[in-house]
Design a protein around this ligand. Structure first.
Ligand SMILES: [Zn+2]
Length: 493
């Protein structure tokens, strides 16, 4: 018997070595006795509330000058994906505030678990789920989280989740795993392989409580993760699915762990569910009288909004347009339901120059940021508290010019009349037969009407527009080589 056990373990260790990927682990601390007690108390009783809406604060750690190789949109995308993955749990997540950028070089590569944990003490936002992104490669981990009731951050901003930018992806699988810990779920292989207490203690395959001797009866209720609806699992290393790995428990029963469970270590692409008992416990951390995460429900509940419109980039507005180095003013249209805008500016295609979240529909480049004749591209994504699964705008390219703004029609031959106009405008100054794209915007940046115009052989064209209230409007003209912005006064007495 002992020999069999040893050979089983040796086989298991060989398997682990074959499968182990450096830096692929989760270093969430082992649960404490009160976490097991909580599971045993709540795994059978599913709470009856329909769904919980929980506030999240996203923190992205960068160097002191604001640079990072991490694609910050992934933090939002992963949260969006995790929302879908938690639908069966009846939990959805909303943004409690704008994405927070922490520009501190000393926090970009924490050397130890303790150093990474200390970040939470300094930056946690109370009564929200704090999710951080920084590089965790220095101590060989991908991510970690804190079980309820422990961890840095004080009684109401307690613990959180730290995601390694060295392992981060936008699919939300690893984040779902870490949030499982945050809501009191151990690994499915807990206390069996990564932290063995006793080989006899390892979870058995059988669910029969009266096995005939010498077989041992079921122990799923008080071993491993304490869930009987998650099968035995002895694999604390990343493993692919489907798998040919079979393992043997203390009864000699062959089994394969369940690759679909988030709380195991199957590859991200295999994970897709929490078990009913796991769901009951996660919900109990929010809703029972002594629920350790109930403070997450103290925030004002927001009204769900399912969609956001994609912002229209206005200035610099299209391919090959130009902007001056001394006046780099970026403008985009307002999106319905948006609270914030994620603005990103790159030079030479992929080099990040600016990555920030603002609440208005413009961003002003500080003098000296933009360099003459350098190619840039920029993009804006609307973010709402609830609707953050939005598409970013397409990238628009421009080159910074010295001091001539081509958007200003002053000093150019482009003319528009009459002013005020009453339902049509005439445009002149283009090349013969030139095609011009016209867009009409409100002063709030909302695109109201647009039209493709064909100039005559004198470079002139006329545009009759649909009804608009009397007032001031902005017109953008996109011609073959240049782009123009004009103010239009509509007045129909
Ligand atoms: Zn884990």
């Amino acid at each position: 018997m002992r020999f069999t056990l040893v050979s089983n373990l040796l086989g298991l260790l060989l398997n682990m070595q074959l499968l182990a990927q450096p830096g692929s682990s989760c270093t969430t601390p082992t649960p404490l006795p009160h976490h097991y007690a909580f599971i045993e108390q709540h795994r059978e009783g599913l709470s009856t509330e329909n769904s919980f809406r929980l506030p999240v604060t996203l923190h992205i750690i960068r160097t002191s000058n604001g640079s990072s190789s991490f694609n910050s949109q992934w933090a939002v995308d992963a949260l969006c994906a995790v929302n879908a993955r938690f639908q069966a749990v009846g939990i959805c997540f909303y943004l409690a505030g704008p994405v927070r950028f922490i520009n501190r070089t000393d926090l970009t590569n924490p050397p130890s678990f303790a150093a990474a944990s200390a970040i939470l003490d300094e930056f946690n936002v109370a009564r929200t789920i704090n999710i951080y992104y920084t590089n965790l490669a220095n101590f060989g981990t991908c991510a970690f989280a804190f079980f309820p009731g422990i961890g840095p951050g004080g009684p109401q901003n307690q613990g959180g989740v730290v995601m390694g930018t060295n392992c981060a992806s936008d699919d939300g699988a690893l984040l779902a795993h870490e949030l499982g810990h945050y809501f009191n779920l151990p690994h499915t292989f807990n206390e069996t392989s990564d932290n063995p207490r006793d080989w006899l203690f390892a979870e058995r395959v059988t669910r029969n409580n009266n096995e005939p001797a010498p077989r041992l009866s079921a122990n799923c209720n008080n071993s491993s993760d304490r869930f009987c609806d998650t099968p035995a699992d002895f694999l604390p290393v990343r493993w692919p699915c489907p798998t040919s790995i079979t393992q043997t428990d203390t009864n000699g029963d062959l089994f394969q762990p369940d690759a679909t469970l988030y709380m195991g270590y199957a590859r991200d692409s295999c994970m897709q569910r929490f078990s009913p008992q796991q769901i009951a416990v996660m919900r109990a951390t929010l809703s029972t009288p002594t629920a350790p995460r109930a403070y997450l429900l103290l925030q004002p509940q927001t009204v769900g909004v399912s969609s956001l419109t994609t912002p229209q980039l206005l200035q610099p507005g299209t391919v090959d347009s130009q902007i001056t180095v001394s006046n780099g003013s970026f403008q985009w249209s307002r999106s319905l339901n948006a609270q914030w805008y994620h603005f990103r500016l790159f030079q030479f295609t992929n080099q990040m120059v600016v990555d920030t979240v603002v609440s208005d529909t413009f961003w002003q480049a500080p003098n000296g940021l933009l360099r003459i004749n350098r190619p840039y591209r920029w993009q804006v994504r609307a973010l709402g508290r609830d609707a953050y699964c939005s598409h970013p705008s397409p990238f628009f390219n421009f080159t910074a010019a010295l001091n001539t703004s081509v958007f200003d029609t002053k000093g150019t031959q482009i003319k528009m009349y009459p002013q005020p106009s009453t339902g049509f405008i005439q445009l002149a100054g283009f090349s013969a037969d030139e095609k011009v794209r016209l867009e009409l915007y409100s002063l709030q940046g909302q695109r109201l009407q647009s039209s493709n115009l064909q100039c005559d052989d004198a470079g002139q064209t006329t545009w009759a527009y649909d009804y608009i209230p009397n007032g001031l409007y902005t017109i953008l003209l996109h011609a073959k080589s240049n782009h123009y912005r004009l103010r239009m006064h509509h007045f129909n007495p």
